[in-house]
Design a protein around this ligand. Structure first.
Ligand SMILES: CC(C)(COP(=O)(O)OP(=O)(O)OC[C@H]1O[C@@H](n2cnc3c(N)ncnc32)[C@H](O)[C@@H]1OP(=O)(O)O)[C@@H](O)C(=O)NCCC(=O)NCCS
Length: 141
């Protein structure tokens, strides 16, 4: 087994979406359509990564920035490949890509009941922001 990490390419969208769709704790929406991810990758070149085992896609992480802060979305490693450092490596690539352009802090959203996910992020030094609540509004209403 030889795991390789590459920059995310929109040509691999179907495999990436399938991985996310079959994952626990990943919330998908219209923003994750082919069009949406394509726009995201164009806007944030060289920041999102995937992991392959040969021709099998086994991990993905979306990363972007708004000029001020970085954001990591939809980190997922196939269940058969967990606890081998692949999640950590994907996040490392994302964080390096942000550091390289001077972004000093990165945020992420995680479902409250995702205990394994929280343990993962905490093991990498991320801190839960218990003083904050996320609020959202659709813009076409
Ligand atoms: C979270 C996830 C991406 C971790 O991927 P992974 O490749 O297994 O993680 P790593 O092997 O790099 O783990 C690094 C460290 O995180 C911690 N960790 C990872 N999974 C953990 C778990 N299930 N429980 C407790 N700690 C965990 C450990 O400290 C681990 O180091 P160790 O294996 O040497 O003890 C993976 O479990 C996953 O895809 N989960 C479903 C989707 C998800 O929840 N994504 C996060 C959304 S915010």
């Amino acid at each position: 087994m030889s795991i390789e990490l590459y920059e995310m390419n929109i040509e691999d969208y179907d495999e990436i979406y399938q991985l996310w769709e079959n994952s626990e704790h990943i919330g998908l929406s219209e923003a994750d359509s082919h069009f949406g991810i394509s726009k995201f990758l164009e806007r944030n070149p060289g920041m999102s990564y995937v992991a392959w085992d040969g021709d099998k896609l086994i991990g993905a992480a979306l990363c972007g920035q708004d000029g001020r802060r970085g954001y990591i979305h939809h980190l997922m490693v196939h269940p058969d490949y967990r606890r081998q450092g692949i999640g950590r490596s994907l996040v490392g690539r994302c964080m390096y890509s942000l550091t390289r352009i001077g972004i000093q802090k990165c945020h992420l959203f995680i479902f409250e009941d995702n205990e394994a996910g929280t343990a993962f992020w905490e093991s990498l030094g991320w801190t839960p922001r218990v003083e904050l609540t996320m609020m959202s509004h659709f813009l076409d209403e």
